[in-house]
Design a protein around this ligand. Structure first.
Ligand code: COI
Length: 335
């Protein structure tokens, strides 16, 4: 890919090359940089039957001077290693995986879009052992790929306020799997999300099992009002977002009182009368919620538009990512 494509839908474009390594006999192979092409996989591969797979998502940003900077790659690699451990997959070697990412960027540097675009990095790990009986036996062979995709907004419509269906019955996924970034968790949220779209024109479902606010199908959830941020405290039920962590850090830097604790739907709806709500994630960045739909009723969040605190917080994070504000926490690596 040479030309800079303009604003393709998120994730639909790939760079010309990817990085690949495989695990066999207890060790990782050397990395290959290969053209993006269909992969060879046994129809008996562990991943196809027992969903032994996890992935990551993070971004690299091009600055006006042509330099390219990766945002918090170390945290994403650590999270991928944790996902691999919890799925009993071979853990990627952190130094090798970081080099795979750097090598893809070096090979496809011209594909890193200018701001406000970014290059989305997508490492994926999957079990390749051919054994359809291995339901209770981990994959001993695995593949690790690093894909890259030029991206712009995740939610079509940019800063359009989101409509979110509040589901106070179901979990997003099996409770202890929430912090694992694995396709099965997204598959579990797919049916409810499509149903919410068809019935309520909702963009996402906010899962609140037993009335406790958890997260949406593809992003973390947080509440904002002047000088205050509230989000669920970390536990195994939801993904420990790196964007969530970055926003909490910036909010604290700015003197916000940040509460990380369990809260319920009633408290959220009360907060929504005057405050703001937003989804956070690498893809979503910080996307404002305009409406919460609960048990058939629409509840407007603040003015119903993306709130000023959400806009300011998003701009603050993006300014650091794009090199327009100082990187005081050492989150960027130049490549
Ligand atoms: C991300 O924010 O990186 C994600 O993995 C969400 C994905 C559904 C695009």
């Amino acid at each position: 890919m040479t030309a800079q494509p303009q604003k393709a839908p998120f994730g639909t474009l790939l760079t010309s090359h990817m990085a690949a390594a495989s695990y066999h006999d207890g060790h990782w192979s050397a990395t290959d940089i290969v053209p993006v092409a269909p992969i060879e996989l046994s129809p008996a591969a562990h991943v196809l039957h027992y969903a032994s797979t996890c992935f990551e998502g993070f971004k690299a940003f091009r600055r006006a001077d042509g330099s390219v900077h990766i945002f918090r790659m170390d945290r994403h690699i650590e999270r991928m290693r944790q996902s691999a451990r919890l799925l009993v997959l071979p853990e990627p070697d952190p130094a090798q995986l970081a080099d795979m990412v750097r090598a893809v960027i070096a090979r496809c540097r011209e594909a890193v879009p200018e701001a406000p675009g970014a290059l989305y990095l997508r490492p994926i790990l999957y079990g390749t052992t051919a054994n359809i009986g291995a339901a209770a036996t981990p994959a001993t062979d695995a593949s690790l790929l690093v894909l890259a995709s030029p991206v712009w907004d995740y939610f079509a419509g940019g800063m359009k306020p989101l409509r979110i269906l509040v589901d106070d019955e179901h979990t997003r996924c099996a409770e202890r799997m929430g912090r694992v970034k694995t396709g099965g968790n997204y598959a579990a949220a797919m049916g409810p999300t499509l149903a919410a779209r068809a019935t309520y024109h909702a963009d996402q479902v906010l899962f609140c099992p037993g009335g406790e606010v958890q997260e949406t199908g593809a992003a973390n959830f947080l509440l904002l009002r002047k000088g205050e941020m509230l989000t669920r405290s970390l536990d195994s039920s939801f993904l420990h977002g790196v964007t969530r962590d970055s926003l909490i850090t910036l909010a604290r830097d700015d003197g916000y009182a940040v509460s990380e604790r369990i809260f319920d739907v009633a408290e959220m709806l009360e907060w929504a009368k005057t405050g703001e709500a937003a989804l956070s994630g690498t893809a979503a960045v910080l996307a404002g919620v305009g409406t919460l739909i609960h048990r058939g009723t629409d509840y407007r969040v603040g003015s119903g538009d993306v709130g000023p605190l959400t806009r300011a917080m998003r701009a603050r994070l993006v300014a650091i990512q794009q090199g327009e504000a100082p990187d005081r926490h050492g989150w960027l690596e130049a490549v």
